[in-house]
Design a protein around this ligand. Structure first.
Ligand code: AMP
Length: 408
């Protein structure tokens, strides 16, 4: 877990501002759910067989004897909230986005933290491919506005729980013919959750999968139509996509569309985020049987990528006002109040003491405009202005300071 501040936090803030604007324009409302949820929320959603629930949750018993968890992801909490507040009682769509910290007790590795941040967007109550296209378009705008380039949406359909057994049968037969080439984990997966064999990270398993039966060839008719329609919509919208028959979301409640976003900014084949349709989840958590689609992106990684490709986050440092002497210290507070009221970003030097020390601080803080107010300036009704980048110095009449600073 780490502290976030300064330049690194600025990327997080910029991402958050962009999210709020873009998602707001799409009609998504923000939701903030508690960090602590009941254990059952994740057991019944993410599932007891997943690594997250099995090994990675911060769970404890609170003073009231309840088993609680510091949320490892956001979707389950949002769905829990929508059910609890009966937001899904009508057929109105429920569009939520959310930003916040998540907690997973993971092995230490670069870019993975035990407290990390995610932005989610969830569309509850709509089953159409149009709702997916809308959500993916929003995601595309969000990432493009942040400055990511060459985005490719990698998509697949995992069908429905009803139609999947047909694929499972074909896939198990394929697996049986070359079983000795798969790892031990895959031997377990082929029994419990065959789809997960497709995204095994082991290179030998990936090689053994050559020529495997493709799930989109085994879809029920409605899922096949859904998938074809989504592809038409993405084409019409000019969202670059490719089909990836090995892209799966392994949990039972996932249905139809699964996707990831790849960006050339991350190097070859590296995924920035993933998401998909989870029509079974609301019901599984005790709500009505309504469809849903959503995705989550990790901010820690996104901020790191933006730092690499764009350098420092956009930031305009405040001006610094340095008073010299007691009389100026009083007048500086009054001048600063006027400037703040006018919307000028200004930091006030309140330590007193020598100008040299204050100027050295201004340099270290990256301040670009320094205002100096001493007895001489007060007598003349002026302020001395030093432009730190050029070293240029000038004198401004006091009554022009607001307008001139606002102009910069
Ligand atoms: P997941 O919920 O595992 O599908 O991950 C969704 C997003 O969260 C991805 O963009 C991941 O990079 C990010 N993420 C997941 N776990 C961590 C972690 N421990 N530290 C940083 N980012 C993470």
């Amino acid at each position: 877990m780490r502290d976030l501040f300064g330049a690194e936090l600025r990327w997080f803030q910029h991402i958050e501002e962009t999210a709020r604007r873009v998602f707001g324009h799409h009609g998504y409302g923000e939701i903030r759910t508690p960090i602590l949820e009941e254990l059952d929320v994740f057991k019944r959603s993410v599932g007891e067989s997943s690594d997250i629930v099995n090994k990675e949750m911060y769970e404890f018993t609170d003073k009231g004897g309840r088993q609680v968890v510091m949320r490892p992801e956001n979707t389950a909490g949002i769905v829990r909230a929508a059910i609890q507040h009966k937001l899904l009682a009508s057929s109105d769509p429920v569009l939520f986005w959310c930003i916040g910290p998540q907690f997973r007790y993971e092995r230490m590795q670069t870019g993975r933290y035990r407290q990390f941040w995610q932005v989610d967007a969830e569309s509850l109550g709509v089953a159409t491919p149009e709702s997916e296209a809308e959500s993916l378009l929003m995601l595309h705008s969000f990432l493009t506005e942040l400055g990511l380039k060459s985005l490719v949406f990698s998509i697949n359909s995992v069908g429905t729980p009803e139609s999947r057994p047909a694929f499972h049968a074909a896939f198990r037969a394929f697996f049986a013919e070359r079983a000795d080439r798969f790892c031990e984990d895959c031997h377990r997966r082929i029994e419990s959750n065959p789809l997960r064999v497709l995204d095994c990270k082991n290179e030998k398993c990936q090689a053994a999968l050559e020529g495997h039966p493709v799930i989109t060839d085994h879809l029920d008719e409605a899922s096949a139509r859904h998938h074809a329609r989504l592809k038409v919509l993405l084409k019409e919208l000019g969202i670059p996509f490719e089909e990836n028959p090995r892209l799966v979301r392994g949990l039972d409640y996932y249905t139809r569309t699964a996707f990831e976003v790849l960006s050339s900014d991350l190097g070859a084949q590296s995924a920035l985020l993933g998401g998909g349709r989870y029509d079974g989840l609301v019901k599984q958590l005790g709500g009505p049987d309504v469809p849903a689609f959503g995705w989550a992106i990790g901010l820690d990684r996104l901020a790191m990528v933006l730092q690499q490709i764009r350098g420092e986050a956009p930031y305009a440092p405040p001006a610094l006002l340095i008073p010299l002497g007691d009389r100026a210290a009083t007048e500086a507070l009054k001048l600063a109040r006027t400037l703040w009221a006018a919307g000028v970003a200004l930091q006030l030097e309140t330590r007193g003491g020598a100008l040299k020390k204050a100027m050295a601080s201004a340099n270290r803080m990256g301040i670009q405009t320094v205002l100096i107010l001493g007895d001489g300036e007060l007598d003349n009704g002026t302020v001395t202005v030093k432009h730190m980048v050029t070293g240029e110095q000038e004198s401004w009449p006091l009554e022009e300071v607001v307008a001139r600073l606002a102009d910069q």
